[in-house]
Design a protein around this ligand. Structure first.
Ligand SMILES: C[S@@+](CC[C@H](N)C(=O)[O-])C[C@H]1O[C@@H](n2cnc3c(N)ncnc32)[C@H](O)[C@@H]1O
Length: 540
C-alpha cells in the first residue's frame, strides 16, 4: 500500500504528514554502504592539508544513520527537496539568518526523532529550521539560538507562548531537573501521546532509511507501552569529572569536612552540553536505586580529590544473592542496588531468572521485558499462517546473557546463541542451567555474530528462526550477506536504533527475498524520545 494513500501509515498528529515522508521524496545522501560495510574498499584520497581536511569534513553530508543524518533528512522534509538542493548548489547551506544568541518567536511544525521540536524560520525569503528542546508541534515559542549548522540552528527554549494543549500537560512532569537534564525529553507529554510520538519515529525511519517500496512497508503497529512510566529504569550511570589542576589545589579546604566544592557535580549531562549537572534523585529510576544514590554520591564526594580521571558510576537494581533459586522465587519483591561493576546482577523476566555481570549488557526496563519476549514468541509462532509445521531451530545472534534464547527455548528443539562478550556468554550458559534448559538443547558461543553461520550449517533453514538484536550501529554487511545466504524461514530483528534497523531490513527485503511482516515500537524508556523496535520478516 502506498504510504500516501494509507492514513494509518502517516505521522499521526505531529506535524509531518505522510505525503511529506513518502520513501524517495527526500534527496537522500547516499547510505554509504561502501564505507559502512567495506563493499568497495575505496576511500577518498587524503586531503593535502589539515585545513582542507577540516573543510572537507564540514562540507560532507553526514554519514548515514548518524543523529546528524537523521536530522538532515528531517530538515529536507520540512524545507523541501528542491529548495535544499538549490541552497546546496549555491553553497549557502551555512548562511544562517540568525546570529549567536539571537532571540525570536517560532512556530513548531514537527518533532525530530531525538525529541526536539523543529520550527521553520518565519522569514519566508530565507527558509531555515530551528531545533528547540521541550517544545511540541503546533506551539508558539520563544527561543535563543546558540549554534548554527547546515540549514538549521539549535536554540534554547526561553518560553512557551502558546502551548499545544492536546499534547502538553506540564502537571505530568515529575523531575525538578526536567528541561535542564539531558536525560528526558517528554515528561510534559501525556503517556498515550508519547507512544504516538514514538510510532511516528518508527514510521519516519522506515520511510527515510529502508529504501524499499512504500507498498512493502506494513502499517507500523502502535507502540507497546511500558507498564511503569516512572521508577522503571533498572540501571543508571551517573558520572563526574576528576578535579583539574587548579581545583586540586583546594583539597586542604575540604579535608574531612564532608562538603562538596560547588564545581564538583555528579549526575547526567545538561541538555545539549557535555557538562555534568548534579542529580540527587532520578524519578525514572527504580526506588532502590534512588534510595542508594545519596550514599554513592557521598562516597564519591569523600574521595573526590583522589580521582585522576572522570568516573562513571553504576547503580543497578537487582534481586538479592540467592541461597537457592526456589527461595529467590518466593522473595522477588526484595531488591538490592549493586554499585560494583564486577558484582553479579540478577533479575526475573516472567518465570525466568537471569544473572549477568553488573557491568555487562542487560535491558534496562525489567517491567516491559515479559511483553517484549512474549511478543517475539507470538510473532514467530502465532503469526505464521503458512500452515507448515512450527520451526524447530532457533539462532539468537547478539544474544547477551541469553534473554531471547532462554525465554524461547521451550518452543524449539535446538537453540544456539552467539555474542562478542565472553563474560555475557558465561552468564548465558549459567542462565540456561538456572532455568533448567538441558545443555543438549541449548549452546552459547563467544565470538563475532558472523561466526554463527559456520555452527548452523546443519540447521534446516526452512525450520530455523534467527533473532537478531545488534548494537546501535546495526548489522554489518558480512553478517547480512551470510544471513541471506543461509536463508532462515523467519527473522525477528530487535533493535535499539530503528534507523539502522530500517536500513538492514531494506537490504533483507531488496536482496534476500524477505517480506517485512510487521514492525512495532516498544517503549523501554518512557519520558525519553528513545524507542526500541521489533521487525519480523519471513522468507517467501
Ligand atoms: C542490544 S544488546 C542485546 C543483547 C541481548 N539480546 C539482550 O536483549 O539482552 C547487543 C549485544 O550485542 C553484542 N555484540 C556487539 N557486537 C557484536 C558482534 N559483532 N557479534 C556478536 N555480538 C556483538 C554486545 O556485546 C551486546 O551484548
Amino acid at each position: 500500500m502506498d504510504s500516501e494513500a494509507d492514513p494509518e501509515q502517516g505521522l499521526s498528529s505531529f506535524g509531518l504528514n505522510s505525503s511529506q515522508t513518502t520513501a524517495g521524496a527526500v534527496n537522500k545522501p547516499p547510505l554509504n554502504w561502501g564505507r559502512d560495510f567495506g563493499l568497495n574498499g575505496a576511500t577518498d584520497a587524503a586531503p593535502a592539508s589539515k585545513r582542507k581536511a577540516k573543510k572537507a569534513k564540514k562540507d560532507a553530508l553526514p554519514e548515514a544513520c548518524t543523529p546528524d543524518d537523521i536530522l538532515w533528512r528531517e530538515i529536507n522534509v520540512i524545507l523541501g527537496k528542491d529548495y535544499v538542493d538549490q541552497v546546496l548548489l549555491e553553497g549557502q547551506e551555512r548562511h544562517s539568518p540568525f546570529k549567536y544568541h539571537d532571540e525570536a518567536e517560532f512556530e513548531v511544525v514537527a518533532m525530530s526523532s531525538t525529541g526536539n521540536g523543529l520550527a521553520k524560520s518565519a522569514e519566508a525569503a530565507h527558509p531555515w529550521v530551528v531545533a528547540i528542546p521541550f517544545v511540541l508541534p503546533g506551539e508558539k515559542v520563544r527561543a535563543r539560538v546558540y549554534r548554527n549548522d547546515r540549514m538549521y540552528s539549535a536554540a534554547d527554549l526561553i518560553e512557551v507562548l502558546e502551548p499545544n494543549t492536546e499534547l502538553r500537560d506540564d502537571s505530568g512532569v515529575q523531575c525538578k531537573y526536567f528541561t535542564r537534564c539531558g536525560g528526558c525529553q517528554y515528561q510534559m507529554v501525556p503517556y498515550a501521546k508519547q507512544l504516538e510520538l514514538k510510532r511516528d519515529v518508527v514510521v519516519k525511519a522506515y520511510n527515510n532509511y529502508a529504501e524499499m517500496p512504500a507498498t512493502a512497508i506494513p502499517t507500523i503497529e502502535s507502540t507497546m507501552p511500558s507498564p511503569l512510566q516512572y521508577n522503571y529504569r533498572t540501571k543508571i550511570t551517573p558520572h563526574f569529572e576528576a578535579p583539574n589542576r587548579h581545583q586540586k589545589k583546594e583539597e586542604s579546604n575540604y579535608l574531612d569536612t564532608g562538603e562538596r566544592p560547588e564545581w564538583f557535580k555528579i549526575g547526567f549531562n545538561q541538555v545539549g552540553q557535555h557538562k555534568v549537572m548534579d542529580i540527587e534523585d532520578c524519578p525514572i529510576a527504580t526506588p532502590i536505586i534512588n534510595e542508594t544514590l545519596p550514599a554513592v554520591r557521598a562516597n564519591a564526594i569523600k574521595n573526590l580529590f583522589q580521582y585522576k580521571k572522570g568516573v562513571s558510576l553504576i547503580l543497578r537494581d537487582s534481586l538479592p544473592q540467592p541461597d537457592d533459586v526456589e527461595a529467590l522465587a518466593t522473595d522477588v519483591e526484595k531488591h538490592i542496588c549493586l554499585t560494583d561493576h564486577r558484582a553479579t546482577a540478577r533479575e526475573r523476566v516472567g518465570s525466568y531468572f537471569f544473572e549477568y555481570p553488573n557491568g555487562s549488557f542487560f535491558q534496562n526496563n525489567n517491567c516491559v521485558l515479559p511483553s517484549l519476549t512474549s511478543y517475539v514468541e507470538s510473532r514467530i509462532f502465532d503469526a505464521d499462517k503458512s500452515g507448515s509445521p512450527p520451526p524447530t531451530h532457533l539462532v539468537d545472534a547478539y544474544c547477551g546473557a541469553g534473554l531471547f534464547a532462554i525465554t524461547l527455548a521451550a518452543r524449539f528443539d535446538t537453540v544456539v546463541g552467539i555474542e562478542l562478550s565472553a563474560e555475557s556468554i558465561r552468564a548465558a550458559t549459567r542462565n540456561a542451567e538456572l532455568n533448567h534448559i538441558p545443555s543438549s538443547k541449548i549452546k552459547f558461543q563467544a565470538g563475532d555474530a558472523t561466526e554463527i553461520f559456520r555452527t548452523v550449517k546443519s540447521f534446516p533453514p526452512s525450520e530455523t528462526v534467527v533473532v537478531i538484536d545488534p548494537p546501535r550501529k546495526g548489522c554489518d554487511w558480512v553478517f547480512l550477506k551470510q544471513l541471506l545466504a543461509f536463508g532462515p524461514r523467519r527473522v525477528v530483528y530487535v533493535s535499539c536504533n530503528v534507523h539502522t534497523q530500517a536500513r538492514d531490513v531494506g537490504m533483507m527485503v531488496n536482496l534476500g527475498g524477505y517480506v517485512l511482516e510487521s514492525v512495532r515500537g516498544f517503549d523501554l524508556f518512557p519520558q525519553t524520545a528513545h524507542v526500541e523496535s521489533v521487525a519480523v520478516l519471513r522468507l517467501e
